[in-house]
Write a protein that binds this ligand. Structure first.
Ligand SMILES: C[S@@+](CC[C@H](N)C(=O)[O-])C[C@H]1O[C@@H](n2cnc3c(N)ncnc32)[C@H](O)[C@@H]1O
Length: 236
């Protein structure tokens, strides 16, 4: 696939400085390939980190993005959105995904890149916290790190040094995630994303200390266990 964001505008340094994991620009681009986002829609970017996916959504689709994150402050994100001259379309918000400060039925879409597994890895988050603030028919598009199959009962020996228990609680297979959404979404699709190698390579080639740590893990994995899962659907 060709990538919209391989442009001079988003120079390598801006992306490297603001990535917090596998390149979110590539992930959000692939994730939104088959969804119809239109100018003026209200979109929740849940766990937006430093807002790269929010910038993509606002620029590419002209949607109004509510960029919500817990670890990154709204003030820092506002600076970035101003730097990219897109602050008229993106509202930075510092909030916990478990206590979202929005009215019921508010959003036309929720997008989340590399964040949902932190808070949505259970049977109640989607129904209790997210569904109420979405309009009927709202687009749901989520991408998060996962596993090709459930490794939890027999963790491969070579991966033991790299996968902490906390990570294993969040990283699961498509079959594990599917039942959490399929009853609530129409036009539901869940699959492994194609951008895994490129998105990870972009992150691993930064000098971010977390990326440097991740290099050994991805090397040991060798494409055998980990993936990035993408799901889309419309709220029934
Ligand atoms: C690996 S970073 C990814 C950030 C960004 N989406 C990206 O791809 O660059 C995970 C993000 O999830 C967010 N997150 C984790 N738990 C959260 C929670 N309970 N509420 C809101 N955001 C949360 C963190 O603040 C962090 O920015």
């Amino acid at each position: 696939m060709s990538y919209y964001f391989k442009t001079e505008k988003y120079d390598k340094d801006f992306l490297s400085e603001n990535m917090m994991g596998p390149n979110p620009m590539l992930i959000v681009e692939e994730l939104t390939q088959n969804v119809t986002l239109k100018k003026g829609m209200r979109v929740l970017d849940l766990g937006c980190g430093k807002g790269l996916s929010s910038i993509f959504l606002a620029e590419k689709f002209g949607v109004q993005v509510f960029a919500v994150d817990l670890w990154v402050s709204a003030t820092d994100n506002l600076k970035r959105f101003k730097q990219m001259e897109i602050d008229d379309l993106i509202i930075p918000i510092h909030s916990d995904a478990l206590k979202l400060p929005f009215a019921d039925g508010y959003f036309d879409a929720v997008i989340s890149v590399d964040a949902y597994h932190y808070f949505g890895n259970n049977d109640h988050y989607f129904d209790e916290k997210l569904k109420p603030i979405l309009k009927k028919g709202a687009i749901v598009a989520l991408a998060f790190p996962g596993m090709k199959y459930e490794v939890h009962d027999a963790v491969p020996v070579e991966m033991m040094p790299y996968w902490e228990e906390e990570a294993l609680e969040m990283w699961h297979s498509i079959d594990w995630w599917k039942p959490k959404f399929e009853k609530s979404l129409s036009d539901f699709h869940i699959k492994e994303m194609q951008c895994f190698d490129k998105a990870w390579n972009d992150w691993l080639s930064t000098e971010n200390p977390y990326a440097i740590e991740d290099r050994a893990m991805i090397n040991a994995d060798g494409g055998r266990y980990m993936n990035i899962i993408g799901l889309i659907g419309k709220l029934i």
